[in-house]
Design a binder for this molecule. Structure first.
Ligand code: NAD
Length: 258
């Protein structure tokens, strides 16, 4: 494997989840020092251990990305431990409730927006100055194919991911003078806990049937693997993608080609 991030520092939120863990492994394998951010718990410590097993320096910072004080804390931890932030995978997210818009609980709507929109915005707000001070860097936000087209049953999630796409484009324009590129990935269904929860939410009796039906909407005929998203994120954060900013990248097995 290439080591495109030797001497670089990557901050990854949602690091204990499916896609985040894969990104921790990928960035560590490519030589980055890792700041793993997620809600407190053993899975977060395990993510940092994975990075160390790959030979990387790593710290785990428990944080709720929807809370400004927590975001300031993980950014300060990265700066204090490693002195800089070169890559920021702004990836933590929740799926929220599954059901009709007319019955969607207000508190669930607010929580999805708080984590998926406010959390992504707060991350960029506090990371960008540290990146700029180090001479620039790359931010990759996790949106979704649900940020590119409507998805019945997940109105808050769909709204939040469309918002991530908008935030990404705006940030790309604002931060370009600071030599910060900002892109987003839009995964189709990926084999993680989140899809298992969505499948159960859509049909609690037959989640496997939902899996088959959703896989059938994808040109390649299958869900993606977390590592397949992480590989694209690593590319976007590398100098191989030096002319990409404001770019919204479907990682979707052809889902959006329909
Ligand atoms: P996941 O549930 O495995 O991981 C999400 C991680 O985010 C978890 O570790 C969770 O603890 C963390 N998290 C949730 N709320 C948080 C908070 N307030 N503060 C800090 N951390 C928090 O799911 P995943 O599939 O790995 O999802 C990662 C990202 O990818 C999410 O933004 C999700 O919306 C997006 N996405 C996933 C899919 C998919 O099919 N799995 C498709 C498109 C987009």
């Amino acid at each position: 494997m290439e080591r495109r991030f030797e001497g670089r520092v990557a901050v990854i939120t949602g690091a204990a989840g499916g896609i985040g863990r894969a990104a921790v492994e990928r960035f560590a394998a490519e030589g980055a020092s890792i700041v793993a951010v997620d809600l407190p718990g053993p899975a977060l410590e395990e993510a940092a251990d994975l990075a160390r097993a790959a030979g990387a320096e790593a710290i785990a910072v428990p944080a709720d990305v929807s809370r400004a004080a927590d975001v300031e804390r993980y950014v300060a931890a990265a700066r204090d431990r490693f002195g800089r932030i070169d890559a920021f995978f702004n990836n933590a997210g929740i799926e929220g409730w599954v059901g009709p818009l007319t019955m969607y609980p207000e508190d669930q709507f607010d929580r999805v927006i708080a984590v998926n929109v406010r959390g992504v915005w707060l991350g960029m707000k506090h990371v960008a100055p540290v990146m700029a001070a180090g001479g620039g860097g790359v931010i990759v936000n996790t949106a979704s194919v649900a940020g590119l087209s409507g998805t019945p049953g997940i109105s808050a999630y769909g709204a939040s991911k469309h918002a991530v796409v908008g935030l990404t484009k705006t940030a790309a324009l604002e931060l370009a003078p600071m030599r910060i590129r900002v892109c987003a990935v839009c995964p189709a269904p990926i084999e993680t806990r989140m899809m298992r929860a969505l499948e159960r939410g859509i049909n609690p009796d037959e989640p496997e049937a939902v899996h088959q039906q959703l896989a059938g909407t994808i040109a390649l005929g299958r869900y993606g693997e977390p590592a397949e998203v992480a590989a694209v994120v690593a590319f976007l954060c590398s100098s191989d993608a030096s002319y990409l900013t404001g770019t919204i990248v479907p990682v979707d097995g052809g889902r959006m080609a329909r």
